[in-house]
Design a protein around this ligand. Structure first.
Ligand code: ADP
Length: 424
């Protein structure tokens, strides 16, 4: 599913970026075409004006001056005197050139010069002319002279300009094409990175559901078999099976509550209500709550608190107590009878620290990075029935909500030491 989404996102991203790129390029090319054309027109106009002024100001037009005007290959110049082409024109122009200028002349007289009473001769005119799919810029000047006219035709073939524009289009097309490929590569990696956390969270969710259903199956199966056995058993057996079902039901409640806490944290509906609380009192309360259990399990539980008064801090006392319970309950579960658990509280310049230190079985270095993961149990062979591998991960969520940290280190001589660190 993610592959499809990845491909689709890459496509959409590339398509949108490419479209924008193409629109921008087209706009740029259009403006550049218009600007170049305007420049050509303006320079053409001013060139013709200069030529006309020169012709008007001189009595004779020399061949050398005309050939000088044509020397840069930009324009072709034709002059007719009393409708007869100059010798210069006859000598320097090909048959094809002559055909073109004759056509242009006809076009000019047909379209621009009026005949009859209202006839007039425009002093100067310029227009676009197309012949054999080639575009020309044509400037025509009529200079009245000795009862006749001098006709000046300046023809500028726009082939160079079009070739230049075509080269520009081609360059742009290859740049746009290359950029689209780069955008594709970039968006492929970008969307991949974008989707990675979503993919990971989906995998985690699937793992969570599978682990949760696996954990739920055992107590449900035990309850069902206990209920089934109750039907056939005698009074004493019925009592025993009812006890088993009750115990499993309680286990089930703990598991469901744990899962609910995690689901709330995932949905961001998990909230903490901070109140001014005395942290040392919270630890003392937890100590007292577990004293009896430790005694029952032949474990020594002791506490050390600072001699000086501890200032109250803002925190969610119930949630912090829950974290302390998880840590102390783990210490009890993973410490062999005869062992000891030490609780302490101290302050650093920036933090307040709760320490839960046991001399139990400890946690290997390979397992340490995973113990805060959901349903993770360091050693499945030593799984305890009341432990689902959710305690530390719930503890971490609560500590994260307080912007604190929770760490684990080895207790010198064996066992584990958990530190719950909250910023002041
Ligand atoms: P569980 O409900 O299994 O205790 P936790 O999330 O609380 O789940 O702990 C995860 C795992 O970390 C435990 O299964 C256990 O292997 C290990 N662990 C936690 N606390 C201790 C401890 N004090 N000593 C040794 N191992 C511990």
């Amino acid at each position: 599913m993610f592959k499809k989404v990845h491909l689709r996102l890459t496509l959409i991203f590339t398509a949108v970026c490419s479209l924008i790129l193409m629109i921008m390029s087209a706009l740029y090319l259009y403006l550049s075409y218009q600007n170049t054309k305007t420049n050509i027109y303006q320079s053409f106009q001013s060139d013709i004006e200069t030529i006309l002024t020169n012709i008007e100001g001189s009595t004779a037009v020399s061949d050398s001056w005309l050939s000088k005007l044509e020397s840069d290959g930009k324009y072709k110049i034709y002059i007719y005197d009393h409708e007869i082409p100059f010798t210069f024109v006859k000598n320097t122009k090909s048959e094809q050139d002559m055909k073109l200028v004759t056509d242009i002349r006809e076009h000019y007289f047909a379209n621009y010069q009026l005949t009859g009473e209202n006839s007039y001769v425009p002093y100067y005119i310029e227009f676009d002319y197309t012949a054999n799919s080639k575009n020309y810029l044509v400037g025509i000047g009529i200079i009245p002279r000795n009862e006749g006219n001098l006709e000046l035709f300046v023809i500028y073939p726009q082939t160079k300009f079009h070739a230049q524009m075509n080269r520009l289009y081609l360059q742009f097309a290859s740049i746009v094409f290359g950029t689209i490929i780069l955008i594709w590569i970039f968006s492929w990696y970008f969307t991949k990175r974008l989707l990675k956390p979503i993919e990971e969270s989906q995998i985690k969710q699937a793992q969570f559901i599978s682990s949760a259903s696996h954990e739920l199956r055992t107590p449900v199966a035990t309850i069902l078999s206990a209920l089934g056995a109750m039907d056939k058993g005698n009074e004493e057996e019925k009592k025993e099976f009812s006890q088993i079902a009750k115990k499993e039901g309680e286990r089930l409640t703990i598991l469901v509550n744990d899962m609910l806490s995690l689901a709330r944290s995932d949905n961001h509906t998990f909230t903490i209500t901070k109140k001014v609380s005395e942290p040392d009192t919270l630890l003392l309360d937890s100590y007292e709550a577990f004293l009896a259990l430790c005694h029952e399990k032949n474990l020594s539980l002791n506490i050390s608190l600072p001699d000086s008064t501890v200032l109250p801090r803002k925190m969610d006392p119930l949630r912090i107590k829950q974290v302390l319970s998880i840590l102390i309950s783990n210490a009890i579960s993973y410490t062999n009878p005869g062992g000891s658990i030490h609780l302490s509280f101290y302050e650093t310049p920036k933090d307040i620290v709760f320490s839960i230190c046991d001399n139990g079985i400890g946690i290997s270095d390979e397992n340490k990075p995973y113990i805060f993961d959901r349903f993770y149990r360091a050693d499945s062979s030593r799984n305890k029935k009341e432990h689902f591998g959710l305690g530390l991960c719930i503890a971490k969520e609560i500590v994260d909500a307080h912007k604190g940290t929770i760490t684990v280190t080895d207790t010198p001589g064996g066992g584990s030491t958990f530190l719950l660190i909250l910023p002041k």
